[in-house]
Ligand binder design. Structure first.
Ligand code: NAD
Length: 387
């Protein structure tokens, strides 16, 4: 049996249709008095922001509404200044991974500012000074993790850098599938594949553990069943609930392990080539699966079967064949949901590939890959296959 080690984060998770109604009661229970809401315009347009504001009532001290994708450092600075001015003691992130990432980045920056003179090392059980409440409306999964990515816009080219600290993990997560019924088909599809990618990279992670593996396999089963239904019938609350459950399990599996090549490349494609995170995921996942097949196939069998691919143990190369079938199935699922399947269709020029490959090679997460990455050329050939 393999040895394992992981950190779990003290988090309260509330799941179910209508669960946003619990927000007010939980905030009161936690004793939070002055909260900042981080969100964006589509949450204002669809009425979700107003629901949260009503639930917070007089406890709402500030709103940071213009959150843009990929958590820009310049926006973090503005959000933090507003939070400082209003002396907030909690931050609500409402929306996809971007507003939740902004809430995490602002909370952690405040923490560092207020603890500037402390030299004490952080332990896994440390709690944040300014807790984050996450209310996800996509399937990106950031609500479950202690990681936040911030794009450094003054670098040339801009780069997305991830920070990891137990205090970044949101303390309360409210999953209300009713908030996801108007998630547009493209966002449903792309963030759904992002959730699938979390499960896949958790299964072959170099720090995998029994909990992350169990969550990931279950996540794949729910996602593969529910995602096409959510894409075709956005208002189907049963399918939305199952898909959000799949995304939760995917986020849970992601939270306890190190991600690898796929996520490292998606951060480069997002931070530098400006490809939306879910789109980068749906383009890259089949290619990374193929590249990793020789090192990871047996670890992926349960997920491959959960995708409806039969694993023939008697075939000449059962692992490779099964992973190839899974990669093909994901490619077809992305196509059936009209997602771009090539980097060129997402605006990447062929001449960009060498620089993106170099940045990929310099990315920390890429070097957690179960199949070691030894050269820039390996990455460039994966990007060329995806181009
Ligand atoms: P996003 O948050 O940028 O949202 C994309 C768009 O979808 C926005 O325009 C948003 O307004 C819209 N939207 C969201 N929910 C909606 C709804 N219910 N109805 C209508 N429109 C809706 O995209 P995302 O893919 O959710 O998140 C991507 C970001 O999250 C990236 O920055 C990525 O790096 C980060 N992320 C972080 C982690 C982590 O663990 N730290 C994990 C996954 C993703």
């Amino acid at each position: 049996m393999e040895s394992f080690q992981y950190v779990s984060y003290a988090q309260e998770v509330i799941f179910g249709p209508g669960s946003l109604a619990r927000l007010s009661e939980r905030v009161e229970h936690y004793g939070l008095q002055r909260l900042m809401l981080c969100t964006n315009r589509s949450m204002r347009a669809n009425g979700c922001a107003a629901l949260v504001e009503t639930a917070l009532g007089e406890r709402l001290a500030a709103v940071f509404e213009p959150v843009e994708p990929h958590v820009m450092d310049v926006q973090v600075a503005v959000a933090v200044a507003s939070a400082e001015e209003k002396q907030v003691d909690g931050i609500v992130g409402l929306g996809g991974g971007s507003p939740i990432g902004m809430a995490k980045a602002a909370s952690f920056t405040l923490e560092k500012q207020r603890m500037a003179r402390s030299t004490r090392t952080c332990t896994p059980t440390d709690q944040p000074l300014v807790p984050v409440i996450a209310i996800p409306t996509t399937y990106a999964g950031s609500e479950m993790t202690a990681v936040c990515g911030i794009t450094h816009t003054r670098e040339n080219p801009p780069q997305k850098v991830t920070l990891s600290d137990p205090r970044i993990a949101p303390k309360l997560v409210i999953y209300d599938p009713e908030l996801t019924t108007d998630l547009p088909p493209e966002m449903t599809a792309s963030t759904g594949i992002n959730a699938l990618a979390h499960c896949i990279e958790a299964l072959y992670s170099i720090t995998r553990n029994p909990l992350s593996t169990a969550a990931a396999v279950s996540g794949v089963r729910h996602i593969f069943h529910a995602l096409p239904i959510c894409f075709a019938q956005g208002g189907n609350l049963d399918a939305r609930s199952e898909m959000l459950l799949g995304a939760h399990l995917a986020g849970l599996s992601l939270a306890g392990v190190k991600m690898a090549l796929h996520h490292g490349l998606c951060h480069v494609l997002g931070g530098t080539a400006k490809i939306p995170h879910g789109i980068a995921n749906s383009i890259m996942l089949p290619h990374v699966l193929r590249f990793n097949a020789q090192a990871t196939a047996p670890l992926l069998f349960p997920a491959v079967e959960a995708m409806g691919v039969a694993v023939n143990e008697r075939a000449a190369a059962p692992g490779k064949a099964a992973v190839e079938a899974a990669a093909q199935r994901i490619y077809e699922l992305a196509g059936a949901m009209n997602l771009p399947r090539r980097l060129r269709d997402a605006g990447v020029k062929e001449s960009d590939l060498p620089r993106l490959a170099q940045l990929g090679f310099e990315n920390r997460t890429v070097h957690n890959n179960p199949r070691p990455i030894e050269s820039v050329a390996q990455i460039e050939s994966i990007l060329r296959a995806a181009w």
